[in-house]
Write a protein that binds this ligand. Sequence first.
Ligand code: G3P
Length: 217
Amino acid sequence: MKFFVDTADVAAIAELNDLGMVDGVTTNPSLILKSGRNILEVTKEICDLVAGPVSAEVVALQADEMIAEGRKLAAIAPNIAVKVPLTWDGLKACKVLSGEGFMVNVTLCFSANQALLAAKAGATFISPFVGRLDDINLDGLDLIADIRTIYDNYDFDTQILAASIRTVNHIADCAKIGADVITAPPAVIKSMASHVLTDKGIDQFMKDWAKTGQKIL
Ligand code: G3P
């Protein structure tokens, strides 16, 4: 399973990238706002840092304007994936942009039928939002499983990019279901390393080591 980092924070991306944990990056208008940076500048910086796909989102709502914005974003670097919303216009833009050879990430997916349409429109990635479905008492992981079944039934190449990942359990569950990619905030990815029994074990080893009076270095 590939790990994308869901942020426009260049320092946080660089830290995880140095460890080989970054297969790609996803951004959206809210994350650009949070970064306080210009979208074209920060996206270029991220593309220079990371070898894998970097999703940059259009903000137009009409297909023609989405396509024009998508072309401008794709010109930033060869590893840009143009992100379009899962609307009828977004699907039109997906069809045109993917036909021109650009990677397209269709975002804000909340149903299996939406995912089916995105695959037929040539999406490189479909982004179902797990956490936001959980927020309204639906099961985001059920959607990932449904899309996996549907895409496998018909051999669609579109990759399932599980988004709105909020917890480490979401990540393990997406891996079990067979999501191709997860995108998560840096803090969630880093917290995958934490376990209370690891901390407890280290504490015990340190206490016992101190009693030996020895040093390694
Ligand atoms: O990739 C989409 C993601 O940023 C949405 O996450 O936590 O705002 O639902 P969230």
